[in-house]
Design a protein around this ligand. Sequence first.
Ligand code: CMP
Length: 402
Amino acid sequence: MGKIETGNQHLDANSLRYRTFEFINANKPDAPLSRLAGRLLIALIALNVLVVVLETVETIALEYSTALNYFEIFSVTIFSVEYILRLWTCVESEDERYIHPFYGRVRYIFSPMALIDLIAILPFFLVFFVHADLRFVRVIRLLRLLKLTRYSAALSLVGSVLYLERRPLGAAAIVMLVLLIFSSSFVYLAEREAQPEAFSSIPAAMWWGIATLTTVGYGDISPITPLGRFLGAIVTVLGVGMFAMPAGILASGFAQAVKRQEFVVSWNMVASVPLFSHLEAQRIAEIVALLKPRVAVPGEIVVHKGAPGNCMYFISSGQVQVDLTGQPVFLQAGDFFGEIALIEHQTRSASVTTVTSCQLLILDEADLTELMEADDKLAADIKRISEERRAELDQTISRNPG
Ligand code: CMP
């Protein structure tokens, strides 16, 4: 009893360590306390960032110094407890890398999220051991904002897009670096006699190079010789094209990442429909491409009795009610409806109303015909279920002729 089936065989669902692990990772959707703790932590992180920003205003720092100190001690205590609990419970993770009591924990310490958690508390303890500039240590606390990556899907999306696009971004960075070095060197050669101070060296000319290539153009230094101006014009035009490249790479990276996420969600939905469970991943991916998602609010009539039907529906989440005379039938996630009209080439046999808010996947009649032609088992399953339903339908109608 209490043992749960995962890759991590020693897991004991009743152990304090496992329950703590579940609590701090908010693994269960029906764990309001755990979710509340997560939200409080997010609020604490946000407050910390606000405090660091406001503390740089001298009057606020002086007037509220005691309160701010207590707040810092409170925050570090909470973050430290969180860090220790995460380190203690990481062995309960399903990730094989962290299972070993010693090496697993060492690996966990060096994982990106644990390093971020450590950076959030380390500056506080560091000042006791090494002499450090306090203002610097205070501003370093802004890094606590990174802790939000654990809670924010948007931040982790940015991280994964940057990682996935690292090669094109790296290539763009190299092109920009080459352009910067060439443009700064040439303009240095053209301008160093006319403006020996502003263009005293190639690194000095790079300040102009960056401002021009990025098209910011501060205008504090600019070429005055005809050759320098000619170079300046070329560099500006090149800058517009080249420095826009990373923005384009990131934009397409984000679009692709969002599409991938949507695909994975739809894939999981389709794979969980029992009717499709015998299909290979490739076939499921093909079906995903055919299905159109639709959200229905509670109480919405999705299918009207007597109306013509040109599509069927799969329920990926929520519950619907088939309004059979006398006794409604409830269908839930994994079930489908709206197939009888397509198979019998008739109007809808009953109305179907949502009981809860539902995520539905719509399959058009032509696509259903194609799928049934391509897969005998699928065709037989749908026909069998639809015949059983038709029989039940006819029975209820004969029982309640009114
Ligand atoms: P269709 O006739 O296209 O539209 C109404 C749908 O209700 C029907 O297809 C079936 O999918 C569904 N339905 C009808 N009778 C039953 C039943 N007895 N049990 C479950 N679903 C049903």
